[in-house]
Design a protein around this ligand. Structure first.
Ligand SMILES: *Cc1c(COP(=O)(O)O)cnc(C)c1O
Length: 366
């Protein structure tokens, strides 16, 4: 069997260090906040090259609190992509704003920056790009656009920890970068966790208030906030995994090169593209196949013991929770990609002979 991800394999090399760190936290009695959380925030800020990093309970919270801290609220429109995990959209709805969808670029599967202008109205306040599957959005171009129109930018980096553009990490371009440490993400905890990064000390202060009951000090509540904190056990584990995340991302890129060597130029399968120097971290390795072939190919792979997944089968605006408000919306590239996409197994420990097996099975099945 070849799974989509193998978290046990990912932890095996660090098992001892992780167990030691966890028992250290248990002995210390500091479970919420405390030295491990502070140290992780400092180390991850240094890694990403950002002035401020504030941990929280999940990637969804990081997006939600990021939008709140930037003052996005009822009546505002936030331009985003319909080809994402649904949490991106939920965060916009939580603050009372309206998601406005633009179509995606067929090469990168990211929001098409060239189409932003058509989506701007007098209510537009923010853009929420998602670095989907670990492929960085064209942030230089997007930031120029946002500055010109006076828009705030929140980056959804849930799938792109460690991805760069022009040497800069995703999350460091926008007003707030939101990260998830859900176990399967490129930097994953052994539970839920999230992070918000920002260049603004003022926004950082607001984020710290928001994730801890609006409380700057004990017994004082300056505003209505939330309980959204990274716990110390997860912080201790993340400190260990942060030291290995570059190597893990490089191992993912190596897997992608093996896939490319085996599948490039084969009719009926389009591989991930990394145009203009974007530094992809392959949270997923998602290919496009003809609509009529996808189901049969997934079944043949499954019969050979190879897992696949469809990310994402439905444009966000067609999800039952949103569909009534977006009747008639039909973004052609998104529609086509949701019918053609198929994600293949990818994780740092995937071995070359396993990739060979997957490639061989695909070639026989197409
Ligand atoms: C995982 C994910 C999230 C949500 O992160 P959680 O930590 O699970 O709340 C948001 N956006 C995208 C694109 C994701 O992949």
């Amino acid at each position: 069997m070849i799974p989509m991800v193998d978290l046990a394999a990912g932890h095996a090399a660090h098992q001892e260090a992780i167990e030691k760190a966890v028992s250290g936290v248990i002995r210390s009695g500091h479970f919420i906040g405390g030295p491990e959380v502070r140290a992780f925030e400092q180390e991850v800020a240094a890694f990403l090259g950002v002035p401020h990093a504030i941990s929280c309970a999940s990637g969804t919270d990081a997006l939600h609190l990021g939008l709140l801290a930037l003052g996005i609220g009822p009546g505002d429109e936030v331009i985003t992509t319909p080809f994402t995990f649904f949490a991106t959209i939920e965060a916009i709805v939580y603050v009372g704003a309206r998601p406005v969808f633009v179509d995606i670029d067929p090469a990168t599967l990211n929001l098409d920056v060239g189409q932003l202008a058509d989506a701007v109205t007098e209510r537009t306040r923010a853009v929420l790009p998602v670095h989907i599957f670990g492929q960085p959005v064209a942030m230089e171009e997007l930031m120029v656009f946002a500055d010109r129109h006076g828009l705030t930018v929140v980056e959804d980096c849930a799938q792109s920890f460690g991805a760069r553009r022009g040497g800069r990490y995703t999350g460091s371009f926008g007003d707030v970068g939101a990260f998830s440490f859900f176990p399967t993400k490129n930097l994953g905890a052994c539970g839920d966790g999230g992070l918000m990064v920002t260049g603004s000390a003022e926004v950082a202060d607001r984020l710290r208030l928001l994730c801890n009951h609006g409380s700057p000090e004990r017994n004082r509540h300056q505003r209505i906030g939330y309980n959204s904190r990274l716990d110390a056990i997860q912080a201790a584990i993340l400190r260990i995994k942060l030291r290995h995340v570059e190597a893990a991302n490089e191992a993912r890129r190596q897997v992608a090169r093996w896939y490319k060597a085996g599948l490039q130029g084969i009719a009926g399968i389009d591989l991930p593209q990394t145009p203009d120097g974007g530094d992809h971290v392959y949270h997923q390795y998602t290919v496009l196949v003809p609509e009529q072939t996808r189901q049969a190919l997934a079944e043949k792979l499954s019969q050979a013991g190879i897992s696949t997944a469809v990310h994402y089968a439905t444009p966000a605006y067609r999800q039952p929770a949103l569909a009534p408000d977006y009747q008639g919306l039909c973004l052609p590239v998104t529609e086509s990609v949701t019918r053609r996409c198929l994600s293949l197994p990818i994780y740092p420990e995937l071995r070359p002979e396993q990739v060979e097996t997957i490639v061989g099975t695909i070639l026989r099945s197409l």
